[in-house]
Design a protein around this ligand. Structure first.
Ligand SMILES: Cc1cc2nc3c(=O)[nH]c(=O)nc-3n(C[C@H](O)[C@H](O)[C@H](O)COP(=O)(O)O)c2cc1C
Length: 171
């Protein structure tokens, strides 16, 4: 079943910022928490971002709101090998707190991550990383994302959505 993985979507479409001399950004939907302080991301080794992370051993994961959808799509369909996406799309960056890699100004929240391990699959590498710093906008996050956080989630293909109504079990 070609699109079996889409049964696990929608997922927040994060933007990974990676730096090694040059700074680059790409969209990423294949991510998961693996321990409270660790995260795993799957990056195609053909992507320029892979090259940067493999060298610098760090990256940031940025959660963007749905009004940044066009930006998410552009950084997710064009390569930093061909254009300078940061310059071209006017992506405003802020300096990292614990790492050299910056994060995106105006994002809803971000994680600063240091690579611990890499697992090479056929085309993708899974980077397992330690979260060394995290920040989220208090207007939209209090222990969990609040219902007013319009997080951009990837459904698949060109479809995106945002979390809508929240539900709680009765007990
Ligand atoms: C919504 C969305 C999610 C994506 N998720 C991933 C992903 O999880 N892993 C990956 O390697 N590429 C993913 N991509 C594709 C990369 O973002 C795309 O190949 C990008 O152009 C790579 O840029 P780079 O060469 O500058 O690193 C995604 C693209 C989109 C639009």
């Amino acid at each position: 079943m070609r699109y079996a993985y889409r049964l696990l979507h929608p997922r927040p479409a994060l933007v990974v910022v990676a730096k090694n001399g040059k700074t680059n950004a790409m969209a990423l939907a294949w991510h998961m928490p693996v321990e409270e302080s660790k995260v795993a991301i799957a990056v195609d080794r053909e992507n320029y971002t892979y090259e940067l992370i493999a060298k610098s051993k760090e990256f940031t994961l940025n959660v963007l709101s749905i009004d940044k959808l066009d930006l998410i799509w552009k950084v997710g369909t064009l390569s930093g090998r061909e254009i300078d996406k940061i310059d071209e799309f006017g992506i405003e960056l802020e300096n990292g707190t614990k790492i050299e890699t910056p994060h995106i100004k105006g994002c809803l929240g971000y994680l600063e991550c240091k690579v611990l391990d890499e697992i090479k699959l056929e085309e993708h590498s899974i980077f397992i990383a330690e979260i060394v710093h995290a920040w989220a906008d208090k207007r939209y996050f209090k222990d969990v994302w609040l219902e007013n956080a319009k997080i951009a989630m990837h459904v698949g293909k060109k479809f995106f959505t945002t979390p809508s109504e929240y539900f709680k079990p009765s007990e």
